[in-house]
Design a protein around this ligand. Structure first.
Ligand code: HEM
Length: 508
């Protein structure tokens, strides 16, 4: 098995050295947490002599669940707390009949939420390792995010970037001196717009809005996506004590069903109709990704995907494209408000590369190194979630001298990696220059293959959409240059950079 820890040579190195005095002193933040869940505790008669990673002593049957629940902390805080208390960069926690520790491999855990949001593991992100995952990942990489498709969809993305600047311009008072803008709202809806435009060919499920902003149905769609993202790998007691499933003691299952209902209703109607149009011969000619998915054929001209698979993949794409770009840009701007020097540098770069007689375009991205460095820094310091999407160990392994049993769930701490003092000088300081190479001709990218922090991750389950993710993040960032103050969610005082005719209407 290819180790997802392609970053692991360096990860491994930092783990091995994590016992050093320096790290023990500097470990108020967790360097690295892999949480491994083993659903069946197997007492093995094997030859493995490596110990499990250190962790709190588990109770019979329920493991460390009582301690975690009684701590009244969110699960991720409790895990980080355990790591800190144990003074370790790799820990093993047992939840129910489950071990949590540190490694990374190519499957995903089976949970009530992931099963619901993936229509029974029909799509790619949440599917366990196997044929269905392989099929869907292949469809995505060869048909949805491949370079030719990325080019094909360029004008739709450009239109959404223009709409973003127009919407911000309108929110900022349309040239009348600027106004307060809710950056989170703008950023999330830009991502929602791009997804709907690429997948369904439309910015609006409902009535188009004159100012370029979302209507009630688009607000509903984006809210449902974020609700789903918040629930998908949230701690749910019945995932660890399956005999509680159905009782829904913590109300988690009800919330998941409701979020999923909201998430699927509007796209579902559209997909049903489009499916009918293609199957009846009413529609011809590919216009968006939904058309691509519906019309995919294998070598014998048989449809590759069922309508259920089309729905599941559309939902996958919607979920993955929303949170990372919007969160990174909101944080980058928030940090830059407190660091006028970085804001000035970013503005100077845009003026130097783009000038003042047009808007930023995707073709500028290779030359916007400082902007990309700011986004990288936001990914490092302010990940959208504390842990990476969980992985499952497919075979026994040894990591940093510790035994990781097959079937273990593996969680990598994004916070621990990005703020690791052994890797980053002054890790809590927002300093984009740390990502700017000495060679001015070198390209800054948002990918981080050495896992010194997590952006698109690496290995078999890594993100497949670095080009699309980069384009969305940079265009969102570049389209929101502001003079500023901050609140929660981030609100900024926005003023147009260019004359008003640059912000005129775009198509819907
Ligand atoms: C800035 C934007 C994005 C970032 C930072 C990002 C990051 C990530 C990360 C961290 C993972 C988990 C990797 C792991 O398990 O180790 C992931 C998985 C994935 N991402 Fe992205 N993503 C972005 C945008 C997108 C977009 C727009 C798509 C659209 C198709 C996408 C498709 C996927 C898929 C399909 C997976 C699951 C791969 C698998 O499990 O085999 N991502 N992404």
């Amino acid at each position: 098995m290819e180790s997802v820890a392609a970053g692991s040579p360096s990860v491994g190195a930092s783990l091995s050295s994590s016992s050093s005095t320096v790290l023990q002193l500097l470990l108020p933040m967790v360097v690295l947490v892999y949480v491994v869940v083993q659903t069946v505790v197997r007492r093995r008669m094997n030859t493995c002599t490596a110990p499990l990673p250190p962790g709190p002593m588990p109770w019979p049957v329920v493991g460390n669940l009582p301690e975690m629940l009684l701590s009244c902390k969110p699960a991720f805080r409790w895990i980080h707390h355990v790591m800190e208390r144990t003074g370790t960069g790799i820990a093993c926690v047992k939840l129910g009949g489950v071990h949590m520790q540190d490694t990374n491999f190519a499957s995903r855990p089976l949970t009530f939420a992931s099963e619901t949001f993936s229509r029974g593991y029909m799509a790619a992100i949440m599917a366990p390792y196997g044929d269905q995952w392989r099929k869907m990942r292949r469809v995505l990489t060869s048909e949805i995010v491949c370079p030719s498709r990325h080019k094909w969809l360029h004008d739709k993305r450009a239109d959404e970037a223009n709409n973003l600047t127009r919407y911000v311009y309108n929110l900022a008072g349309a040239g009348s001196g600027g106004a307060v803008v809710d950056v989170r709202h703008v950023a999330r809806h830009y991502c929602g717009n791009v997804v709907r435009r690429l997948v369904f060919g439309t910015r609006y499920f409902g009535e188009p809005q004159a100012d370029g902003g979302p209507g009630p149905l688009e607000v509903q769609h984006v809210d449902a996506a974020f609700a789903s993202l918040g629930l998908v790998y949230a701690f749910c007691v019945s995932d660890y004590l399956p005999w509680l499933l159905g009782l829904d003691l913590d109300g988690h299952q009800k919330m998941i069903r409701e979020a999923n209902e909201m998430m699927t209703r509007l796209p579902g109607v559209l997909i049903d109709d489009r499916w009918r149009q293609w199957k009846s011969g009413e529609k011809q000619g590919l216009e968006d990704l939904l058309d691509v998915l519906i019309t995919l054929e294998d070598a014998e001209a048989k449809p590759v995907l069922t309508i259920e698979e089309v729905k599941a993949l559309s939902q996958d794409i919607t979920l993955v494209a929303m949170d990372n770009p919007s969160n990174a840009v909101e944080w980058a701007l928030a940090e830059m408000v407190n660091s006028p020097e970085t804001l000035k540098k970013a503005g100077e770069e845009i003026d130097g590369v783009v000038g003042r007689d047009r808007l930023v375009q995707e073709s500028d991205i290779p030359r916007l190194n400082y902007l990309k460095a700011c986004i990288r820094e936001a990914f490092r310091l302010h990940p959208v979630v504390p842990f990476n999407v969980p992985h499952v160990a497919l075979a026994d392994a040894t990591v940093a001298g510790y035994h990781i049993p097959r079937g273990s769930h593996v969680i990598l701490s994004r916070i621990g990696l990005g703020r690791n003092p052994a890797v980053w000088d002054d890790p809590l300081c927002f300093d984009p220059d740390r990502h700017v190479p000495a060679d001015p001709t070198a390209d800054v990218t948002l990918t981080e293959n050495d896992l010194r922090f997590i952006s698109f991750s690496t290995g078999r389950r890594s993100c497949i959409a670095a080009s699309l993710g980069t384009a969305m993040s940079v265009m969102l960032f570049a389209g929101s240059r502001h003079d500023i103050f901050m609140a929660r969610p981030l609100v900024l005082h926005a003023e147009p950079r260019l004359p008003s005719h640059f912000y005129s209407a775009t198509s819907m």
